[in-house]
Design a binder for this molecule. Sequence first.
Ligand code: HEM
Length: 265
Amino acid sequence: MALSDAEIRDEMITILLAGHETTATSMAWVMYRLLQHPEVLETTRTEVASVFGNGRQASLAEQVAELGYLDAVTKETARLHPVVPIVLRYLEAPTRIGDFDLPAGSVAVPCIYLTHRRPDVWPDPETFRPERFIDRRVDPYAFFPFGGGAHHCLGAAFATYEMKIVLARMLARVSLRPNPVHTVRTVRRGITFAPSGGLPVIRAADPCPTELRTELQRARRRPGRLRYQAVKGLVSFGARRIALSLFSSSLPLGRPDPCFFKMSL
Ligand code: HEM
């Protein structure tokens, strides 16, 4: 029997919300953690280069299977930043959980976020250490970013595979660094926990537009240096970015708005 229009719409919304938003947010958290930990970033890039850069004729699936360290990085990120922080279960029968007797009809809410930060389960829980997941089977009751049981995330394997491919490609192609004027906070977006501000990043090779702007701001207080700074900006920016550096010097300086530059770039 064919799906009705309403059913097709429901399927599309499921893919969009359950599938796309969760995966994209998880990758943003992985990039956030990698940029915070240069030594982890370096190890990950070395692994990616050795898997994709060795000229072997392996299938993509085989190559992804070799990304053991990147796999551990995504898991350790999901431990500290589970994008879905809770799951819910409606109790059809009275249930005892720990010291609590819960009547039928209750809703039990296992909290992924808090479980992943329990010091008795995860020693030194706030520390980002991908090695926790290397050569180790993890208890599904201690680590469940995709939920568990009969309603375990339907797209977990697909999302994990997709994330590793996209992240590996990104790491192989660009060097990024965090935006120094953006402080990342965890914000709730619908049902997900996401990094605030869309995680603005800067290509490592580029001078940071905001840093440049601070330079200009300083120079403006000493007018003799302004022209020098503007010229320096033009020289250090490539041809494509000349318009940007000219534009930035005409902006109301001092208004911290890195997203503006993100869009201009
Ligand atoms: C990193 C990405 C993802 C995360 C963190 C995530 C997380 C979750 C979580 C925590 C649940 C609830 C599980 C439970 O109640 O035990 C869930 C359910 C679900 N997810 Fe995902 N998910 C992701 C990607 C995807 C993708 C890519 C798809 C589809 C292509 C998908 C489809 C679903 C569906 C259909 C359910 C409902 C399963 C059910 O109730 O039987 N998810 N997901």
